[in-house]
Write a protein that binds this ligand. Structure first.
Ligand SMILES: [Fe+2]
Ligand SMILES: [Fe+2]
Length: 183
């Protein structure tokens, strides 16, 4: 089931990313010098991998198929649940980006607090969000979407992946693997 499998695979990368973000913020709280470049690399991953690539694929393909075919329950799960969380995630990315952009030279305590607040809130939100999708939303879609609709989800996901590959999406996974440590 390509369409669902690829989303699960991306969740594992996002899970690793949230752990890295917690490490970076932990260092910041402990008073280590954390360069703004580190946060800029995180923002790049949040925007282009987690949001545009992963959430974009969910919204354009799987959520769309659910909304068109699975009635009011899907509408509640997708629009009241998952889409709301995607949008809160966007708010935290935007706020983190503003906090990082305001830094000139060494970050002030206030700027550090803003960076840690939004980076950690984003990581916590995404972790809980992907858990809900893994355990509730995706299984619901798999159980209820007709085989021909799921086949269309698979086909559209393959096309989406080809476009992502052409834009070099694998560089985000390479970057993550270069900074991520298990412990
Ligand atoms: Fe999602
Ligand atoms: Fe997701």
């Amino acid at each position: 089931m390509f369409g669902i499998d690829i989303l699960h695979e991306e969740h594992e990368n996002i899970r690793k990313f949230t752990k890295y973000v917690r490490k970076v913020c932990g260092d910041l709280i402990e008073g280590e010098e954390v360069k703004t470049e580190v946060f800029l690399a995180c923002i790049d991953f949040m925007k282009n991998y987690a949001d545009i690539h992963h959430h974009g694929k969910e919204e354009e393909i799987l959520f769309k198929a659910m909304l068109e075919n699975l009635g009011p329950i899907a509408d509640k799960m997708v629009n009241m649940g998952m889409m709301t969380e995607h949008n809160i995630g966007r708010y935290h990315i935007d706020s983190l980006e503003k906090a990082v952009a305001s830094v000139e030279g060494e970050a002030t305590t206030e700027q550090k607090v803003d960076m840690a607040t939004h980076a950690l809130a984003y990581a916590d939100l995404l972790l809980r969000h992907l858990e809900k999708e893994n355990t509730v939303l995706y299984p619901f879609a798999v159980r209820n979407l007709k085989p021909e609709i799921m086949e269309k989800v698979n086909e559209d996901s393959k096309i989406f992946e080809e476009k992502g590959a052409a834009k070099g999406i694998s560089r985000y996974v390479d970057w993550l693997n270069s900074v991520y440590r298990e412990n």
